[in-house]
Design a protein. Sequence first.
Length: 255
Amino acid sequence: MLLAIDLGNTQTHIGMFRGDELVENWRLATVRETTGDELATLLVSLLELRGLRLQDVDDVILSSVVPSLTPEYERLAERYLPGPLTVVGPGMKTGMAIRIERPQELGTDRLCNAVAAYEKCGGACVVADFGTTINFDAVSREGELLGAAIAPGVDISLEALHQRTAKLPKVDLGAPESAIGRDTVAAVRSGVVYGFAGSVDGIVGRIREELGDEATAIATGGHASAITPFCDQIDEVDDLLTLTGLRLIWERNQG
């Protein structure tokens, strides 16, 4: 079985694949001080919940945007996993041409999303990934990663709103009952959700215009399900997009 790990700044998404079937997946908070031994203990617990074992892991592929934690996952694989660890990076076969000016700056999570989205759509597409930032990646009809727009994420905005004001509380994200909030919490929730929905629609719409094709817009990431119901430009939500991209990249580098 293939263990796919999407290591993000805020959350870590882990999936177990049997062939192209995702058997199970878990979404966890990213803790930068975690050691390889602690990761192994956590992984054993997660696998046991589903009747799986570390010995069931044949291969591991990692996408990481947290360089300080990458060595700990390497230690995890070296000490506890029977299969090799592949870290997504330069020189790998992805099946996708990268047309940005400095490819070394491209986050591997964004690359995985683009690969999976193009595989799903077979044509021009836009990926909106709701993570620590919101990344909007544009893929051409020919399957080229053209570039992106990057905006502050929902958690960053909620935290800043709380920290930079004297009276506004920290608000949990949820669906607003109406645009006009009747108390402070409802008002903040309305402003954040409808504000981000409008921003997403505006950016995706502009990217679609520049692509010049009937591009499909796919949302993914931890907060996608909270914001996209209020968006007009998003065609579908795929919470497993990054893990699927990891699997596809792993498959393209076998043999």
